[in-house]
Design a binder for this molecule. Structure first.
Ligand SMILES: *Cc1c(COP(=O)(O)O)cnc(C)c1O
Length: 436
């Protein structure tokens, strides 16, 4: 999102009353920006291959039905990893042939549903494949692949590194006998036509991601040679393009990654293989902004602290692991205009009842005052959409916005959670349940 577009949206959000006493947090999504990113993704791969490419958005990044429907309208399908995510994709109208089911813990019921719908499935491990064998006795209508872990190593964020030696995901290719076992899986199952990898999210350097894709391509070639025909017709390269949280620049771009793949793995893009991608964060993160009112401004141990309504409930990763997940914060005055107050080093705190609930610590920003507004930037993926129910703080409302004839128009994407809903979800209708 450009600074101008964001400033215009924040101003309009404040003027139109999106922030209030009842709803001191609101989340904004830049609809035009999401469309631009979707178009950039399609163009990036169209420029390097003539083969069919399914771009499946990793639903966990922004599990909001209108967002999935917007992406669907832009030709982007869905990568789902739970019955809930599959239901969201279906509610958004994503077609089965544009849907891919991953997840390391699929139940038999989930597999059965996926096959009934004709959704592509990537099996995580040999036990899952054995389950699929049983279900496939009557023939499999869904494309099925196996997820492999090329064990290319971790990125800078351990919790998001899926290609370590001991990662929980996929068949670890470099383990003793594993490669031969994978080849055998395909020799024994003519209907196994895909191969899948996802080397990790945020913090994996591009070259490392390309290395993982190259390893999977080489395995596909080896399997097809062993079988004696092009049994693997589609390679799913996962997602994981990192997002720049340090400035407004989009870096790296989808185009840069596609070009790197073309250079590093030309055989994958020469038209013999269809592709599936599963990007999440890189499609949406930079198009989301979380707004919150500054309820109080105080000083503690001579440190100025802005007590806001945005904390761990909307920025869980940042609060628990601020070193891996720093967020930029922008300061606005009570009218939604960029703050012109003198800069000072201060903490931006959230509303939750633990000392570590800080969006930013010791950050130099225009000095925040009571009634000001802060914006947590680049929060479109894995932030406000992935609510954490600590302190029974409500899920904030989410609004899409667009600019028409110079004016910002908001479309509600998700209503804020009400206090009544919080009570109901907390067993409010069975208060006597434990009283014997
Ligand atoms: C999380 C995940 C993705 C998306 O990762 P991003 O970093 O958001 O692009 C894609 N594929 C799988 C299997 C995932 O688990």
């Amino acid at each position: 999102m450009t600074v101008e577009r964001r400033n215009q949206a924040v101003r309009a959000a404040v003027e139109q009353g999106l922030l209030s006493e009842d709803q001191p947090v609101a989340a904004l999504l830049d609809v035009a920006g999401i469309r631009e990113s979707a178009a950039a993704l399609r163009a990036a791969f169209a420029a390097v291959t003539d083969a069919p490419v399914l771009h499946a958005f990793a639903v966990k990044a922004t599990p909001l039905v209108p967002v999935l429907a917007l992406l669907n309208a832009e030709g982007i399908g869905a990568e789902v990893a739970s019955p809930g995510e599959l239901a969201l994709a279906r509610a958004a109208g994503v077609r089965p042939e544009h849907t891919v089911l991953d997840s390391p813990a699929k139940t038999t019921a989930e597999l059965r549903e996926a096959f009934a719908l004709g959704i592509a499935v990537n099996a995580d491990n040999p036990q899952e494949l054995a389950r699929i064998d049983a279900l496939a006795a009557d023939g499999v209508a869904s494309p099925v692949g196996v997820r492999v872990n090329a064990q290319i190593g971790a990125g800078s964020i351990g919790a998001l590194s899926t290609a370590t030696a001991t990662s929980k995901f996929g068949v670890a290719l470099r383990d003793e006998g594993a490669r031969e076992a994978v080849v055998r899986m395909y020799l024994d199952r003519p209907w196994l036509t895909r191969l899948h990898t996802h080397s990790g999210s945020q913090g994996i350097p591009l070259a490392r991601m390309a290395e993982g894709v190259a390893a999977v391509y080489e395995l596909a070639e080896e399997i097809n040679a062993a079988v004696g025909r092009q049994q693997i017709d589609t390679v799913d390269i996962g997602g994981g393009l990192p997002v720049n949280f340090a400035s407004d620049e989009t870096d790296p771009t989808f185009a840069a990654y596609a070009r790197l793949l073309k250079e590093r793995v030309p055989g994958l893009l020469d038209g013999r293989y269809g592709l599936v991608t599963e990007f999440g964060r890189a499609l949406i993160a930079k198009h989301g902004t979380t707004l919150a009112r500054v309820e109080y401004a105080k000083v503690s141990g001579s440190r100025p602290i802005a007590v806001t309504h945005a904390g761990v409930q909307v920025a869980t990763r940042t609060v628990y692991d601020p070193v891996s997940w720093p967020l930029r914060i922008a300061a606005y005055d009570g009218k939604g205009l960029p703050s012109t107050a003198p800069e000072t080093v201060q903490d931006i705190a959230g509303p939750a009842c633990f000392a570590g609930d800080l969006l930013a610590e010791g950050r130099s920003l225009p000095r925040l005052e009571q009634g000001d507004v802060i914006a947590a930037l680049d929060t479109g993926a894995y932030y406000f959409s992935s609510h954490y129910g600590y302190n029974s703080l409500p899920r904030p409302a989410v609004y899409g916005f667009g600019v028409r004839a110079g004016a910002v128009e908001f479309s509600p994407v998700r209503a804020a959670q009400s206090v009544a809903e919080i009570v109901a979800e907390a067993g409010g209708d069975r208060a006597d349940a434990l009283l014997g």
